[in-house]
Design a protein around this ligand. Sequence first.
Ligand code: IPE
Ligand code: IPE
Ligand code: MG
Length: 239
Amino acid sequence: MTTQASPLPRHVAIIMDGNGRWAKQHKIKIALGHRTGVEALRAIIRESSDLGIEALSLYAFSTENWKRDPAEVEALMGLLLEFFTSEIDELDEKNVCIRILGDKDGMPEKQRQALINAETRTQSNTGLHLNIAINYGGRAELARAARILAEKALRGEIKPEEITEQALSDALYTRGLPDVDLLIRTSGEMRLSNFLLFQCAYAEFLFPTVLWPDFSLEDYHQALDAFARRDRRYGGRNS
Ligand code: IPE
Ligand code: IPE
Ligand code: MG
């Protein structure tokens, strides 16, 4: 197992941004930028699992990304399918439990099946919780949670006063997992872009300028070191 400064974050979230700019810099097609991005992602997943991080949430495709050029969307959908087909054996072997954050029903059929298959096959694994956000939006997730709770209330299963922060948290895609401790967004952009709005309430943020396809294990270790040095107060005081 790799050594790393402690404390380690229990839950790391990553907004993998900068594939487009990376492709532009290298004067290659955008799809190749995304493909190289997948390579970076494979390494980060493995490392997180080896380090013993509890949960890793990766932003792969937002509800807003459908606005992009159809050819780019198609390339991303192709890569997604390829990723789940080629990685599932190794991830399962590594005891990784995959969860999809987002609306699978809004995905093309082949991709939808691959996502369901990955979740079903790894659901009882007890290692790294790997959350992949696909067709995901934080506001959509909160609206869905509100709907789930409203339906429960209508059926008389819960009272309005039982709609607590915990109940809301349990109605999110991330139910049962700890809140995000560390959020990393590559490419220097400093915004959440609708990612894990509820779960990031007390997350530490890091915005390395490196573009996602260049994000290395060294960059990851640096981010984890920086996290270990943060003074987390949660509104209180640390003496
Ligand atoms: C992030 O890279 C990957 C996805 C959104 C799928 P971008 O494609 O957003 O890269 P930039 O921001 O254009 O550089
Ligand atoms: C966020 O990046 C979504 C993913 C990384 C999947 P975007 O590149 O889509 O976000 P904006 O448009 O810069 O806010
Ligand atoms: Mg971007």
